[in-house]
Design a protein around this ligand. Structure first.
Ligand code: NAD
Length: 369
């Protein structure tokens, strides 16, 4: 520590199933990190990667720490110390790390540097989500929200909806929510509500989310954006909109409020925003839920592109990244949709079927009986 004391932090790295390729997943710095959580999150990554047909297995890591209590130098020391300990079990072709809760591109840069030092040469492909100057990909910032938009656009086609005649409410206006709102707006959707931790703003005939973004730079919140009225996050969820995109937290749509959800489509930008009890209620009512493992998989898809570019040492333009992401996500949506028709299931169950089919086939082909 800066004052010379020695503090010991506990950290984990879990590798779930690597039949389809090296493990892939983020690192979380949070005081509630524990082994079960890390293992569960690595399981989730196995499925997300398999649904997108990425050549990866599942990985996840974490350190039990409240990073806000650390200075910049202490945070760097912790990040490097974590990598020193897990260096023998990670690698460009073994287990590839990424950002997660409370870890960002700056931390990815330190971690890549530390691993490269222990490895004896530049190993930029060991970690994704890096700053662009040291191997980050163009298009990573908007990737998750862009993926939400692609899947919603494909859902419109299946339901015979014209984007120009649809409305959307987006919960959360951070990385995922702000890009989701802006990119849905770009394809013609009327954005009637967005929110952040302080509450929601609403305007029946819509507003420009780019202007909300500018407003936040000055005011720090979406609240009070000119021309809108305010409501709670709970009220936002129950608006009569075509698309509801929960892009903030888990367990927002539950057995308690599922009956009052009026959206035609729910696009899960966040991980786990719908509880199993709500899932059942909504499925019975015919609400189309684009599950998190598909809707928010744009982030890991562009992380995969970053890794490929690192291994090739050849970088793509933002336009190329967007085009390749679109191709992979439309293909994944189509596969999940077809599977849901074949098994008469929800898109969530279909997504898990797609993943299990790919995983079991790979395990059988590799002789992992
Ligand atoms: P973020 O921190 O950038 O943004 C979170 C947003 O949610 C902020 O606007 C915040 O004000 C709002 N918020 C926080 N608490 C809230 C509350 N109680 N009610 C309403 N809004 C609240 O985070 P993010 O990166 O946008 O991630 C959001 C979700 O998406 C998380 O579930 C994350 O796991 C998931 N996700 C993120 C990515 C990614 O690439 N960033 C990829 C896949 C999944």
């Amino acid at each position: 520590m800066d004052d010379g004391r020695l503090e010991v932090y506990k950290g984990y790295r879990a590798q779930h199933n690597t039949a389809l390729g090296p493990a892939k997943g983020g690192i979380r710095f949070h005081q509630n990190v524990n082994m079960d959580e890390v293992k569960t999150l690595s399981f989730w990554m196995t499925f997300k990667c398999a649904i997108l047909n990425l050549p990866y297995g599942g990985g996840k890591g974490g350190v039990i720490v409240e990073p806000r209590n650390l200075s910049r130098r202490e945070l760097e020391s912790l990040s490097r110390g974590y990598i020193q300990k897990i260096a023998p079990i990670i690698g460009e072709y073994v287990d590839i790390l990424a950002p997660d809760v409370n870890t960002d591109s700056r931390i990815m840069g330190w971690m890549m540097d530390e691993y490269s030092k222990s490895f004896g040469r530049l190993a930029s492909g060991v970690i994704t989500g890096k700053p662009k100057t040291i191997g980050g990909s163009a298009g990573r910032g908007s990737a998750t929200g862009r993926g939400v938009m692609f899947t919603v656009r494909e859902a419109f086609k299946k339901l015979g909806l014209n984007a120009n005649q649809t409305t959307a409410a987006v919960q959360g206006f951070g990385n995922v929510g702000s890009f989701t709102a802006k990119l849905l707006y770009d394809i013609g959707v009327t954005i009637v509500a967005v929110s952040d931790v302080h509450g929601a703003i609403y305007k029946a005939d819509g507003f420009n989310p780019y202007a909300v973004e500018e407003y936040i730079k000055d005011k720090g919140s979406v609240m009070g954006f000119p021309g809108t009225s305010s409501m709670s996050n709970a009220e936002l969820l129950e608006l009569p909109v075509t698309v509801l995109a929960p892009c903030a937290l888990e367990s927002q749509i539950t057995g308690d409020n599922a009956d009052r959800i009026k959206a035609r489509i729910i696009a899960e930008g966040a991980n786990g925003p719908t509880t199993p009890a709500a899932d059942e209620v909504l499925a019975n009512r015919g609400v189309m839920i684009i599950p998190d493992v598909l809707a928010n998989a744009g982030g890991v898809t562009v992380s995969y592109f970053e890794w490929v570019q690192n291994l090739y040492r050849y970088y793509w333009t933002e336009k190329e990244v967007h085009a390749r992401q679109e191709e992979m996500m439309v293909e994944a949506f189509e596969k999940v949709y077809e599977t849901s028709k074949k098994y008469q299931s929800t898109l969530r169950v279909a997504a898990y079927i797609v993943a299990l089919e790919r995983l079991t086939e790979a395990m059988k082909l590799r002789g992992w009986y």
